[in-house]
Design a protein around this ligand. Structure first.
Ligand code: SAJ
Length: 438
């Protein structure tokens, strides 16, 4: 069976299916279709399915032209009907892996996708899980449900692997096609079949020996990032205690051409990857009675940054003989990072909530985010429309996300006081009495 399936993967006659049509799944659908496969995208969200079948894209990295051309050529179709998996031979699972409110991994999306797929499993299938998850997920959750319980022989009838997604939405230089792709099978035979499939559509495949290796490689990538951001956030706190400009320290360190990688402090950690992925690892390590201290400490520092920013705003107002209580604060930028429209896990939400809790009258402006709702407290707010009017009225402007579109010189002229948590001003206003920096 293995050789027959590999032959069909190599000559592109294998039927491909992708479960989950988000920022990972849809680009993968396009990559497989561009490689010559017929690809069926499956998603329970009818709006996504109808958009694709109309020849349009709901994902910023994929153009309507690409979808229209591939749908028109009969290479792509989308459906909410999981029974199409009955005829699928190669299936990628690209579903979300968020955290529960308790901070534990929410495996519900992976489990429901696996249980749907299990209904249609048959001999001659290769299955690849892409969702970032704790090491052991593929072997402990997918293998029993897709093979053992279906009396299908792993490595003979079916082949199971993990391949971490490395999509950075909005990035043009590294795409789904040209970003090296790690692929690890439950065993070497599975690695071989999955790597053969992915190698037909993606530029560089990095085969590894097991699914755990592949699962952990992704967590290492993002844990490395989260911990180093935690380090520079703590450096910002230490520099403030010593009266040293952390931004100048970082610029100086960044001149080292080797053995150093630049990260910058900020108001906290947002997004659906960096704050979340490392906690999948620390959670799993509890089962081994091991406390992943670096992750816990960095997470604690990063999570505390919104509170630290608010304490610094209070200090800045105090310098002006004002209290935060009763002051008007305008938060600029609530997206989780500059120049995008994604507010997931954004620290801005906590900064706003804390400013309010201290008695501040808070408004926000973000050109990409017209409306926000606090995920726990439930309060809602609209972005103000008159930016310069809002700045003039404010006792303190708090730059939380430094979108490029802002005219920082005009903001400086109009503002009474600015707390800049992102070094939006850089060196141009190093000693301006109006600007306080993290
Ligand atoms: N952040 C800092 N300081 C930094 C870098 C980031 O405070 O030096 C903050 C950002 O403001 C944001 C959060 O961390 O709130 C996450 O930022 P990010 O630049 O890591 O962006 P993400 O969340 O979009 O991360 C994605 C990840 N991609 C994948 O998981 C496939 C990550 O691995 C990439 O390294 C990152 O994009 C990237 O490099 O752009």
């Amino acid at each position: 069976m293995k050789e027959q399936l590999k032959a069909r993967l190599i000559n592109r006659s294998a039927e491909v299916a992708v479960m989950g049509l988000g920022y990972v799944g849809l680009p993968l659908v396009v990559a497989f279709a561009e490689a010559g496969y017929h690809v069926t995208g499956i998603d329970p969200d009818l709006r996504k399915v109808e958009t694709i079948n109309r020849g349009e894209s709901h994902i910023q990295d994929i153009s309507d032209e690409q979808i229209n051309r591939l749908v028109g050529a009969g290479k792509i179709n989308a459906t909410t009907d999981f029974s199409v998996l009955r005829s699928a031979e190669a299936v990628s699972i690209c579903v979300p892996t968020p955290l529960r409110k308790t901070g534990d991994p929410d495996m519900s999306y992976i489990i429901s996708a696996t249980e749907e797929l299990a209904k249609y499993m048959h001999s001659g299938m290769v299955i690849v899980l892409e969702s970032t998850t704790y090491p052991g997920t593929t072997r402990e959750i997918l293998l029993p449900k897709l093979c053992d319980e279906k009396n299908l022989k792993l490595g003979e009838d079916v082949f199971l692997a993990f391949s971490p997604e490395r999509v950075d939405p909005g990035r043009k230089d590294w795409t789904t096609y040209n970003t090296p792709k790690v692929v690890g099978g439950i065993n070497l035979v599975c690695t071989d079949v999955a790597a053969t499939w992915y190698g037909q559509a993606l530029k560089t495949i990095v085969p590894v020996s097991t699914t755990e290796t592949a699962e952990l490689s992704k967590l290492l990538e993002n844990t490395f990032r989260m911990i180093n951001i935690g380090l520079v956030n703590e450096m910002a706190i230490m520099c403030d205690r010593m009266g040293v400009d952390v931004w100048e320290v970082i610029e100086a360190a960044s001149t080292k051409p080797f053995g150093y990688m630049k990260f910058t402090p900020g108001p906290g950690l947002g997004g659906h990857c960096i704050p979340i992925d490392p906690l999948y690892l620390s959670w799993k390590m509890k089962a081994f009675n091991y406390n992943a201290r670096f992750i816990e400490l960095a997470s604690e520092i990063n999570t505390n940054m919104p509170r630290y920013v608010v304490s610094r705003v209070m200090d800045a107002l105090n310098e002006r003989g004002k209290t935060l209580k009763g002051s008007k604060c305008l938060v600029l930028g609530v997206a989780y990072k500059p120049d995008i429209d994604d507010v997931r896990e954004s620290p801005a939400m906590d900064v706003i909530a804390l400013l309010q809790k201290k008695g501040g009258f808070v408004q926000y402006h973000d050109p990409y985010i017209p409306h926000i709702k606090h995920h726990y407290d439930g309060w809602e707010m609209d972005s103000i429309s008159d930016l310069m009017g809002g700045i003039k009225e404010s006792d303190c402007v708090v730059i939380v996300t430094n979108h490029k579109v802002y005219d920082y010189v005009a903001i400086l002229a109009a503002a009474k006081l600015i707390f800049d948590s992102r070094n939006a001003y850089g060196k141009i206003v190093k000693d301006n009495p109006k600007v306080f920096r993290l």
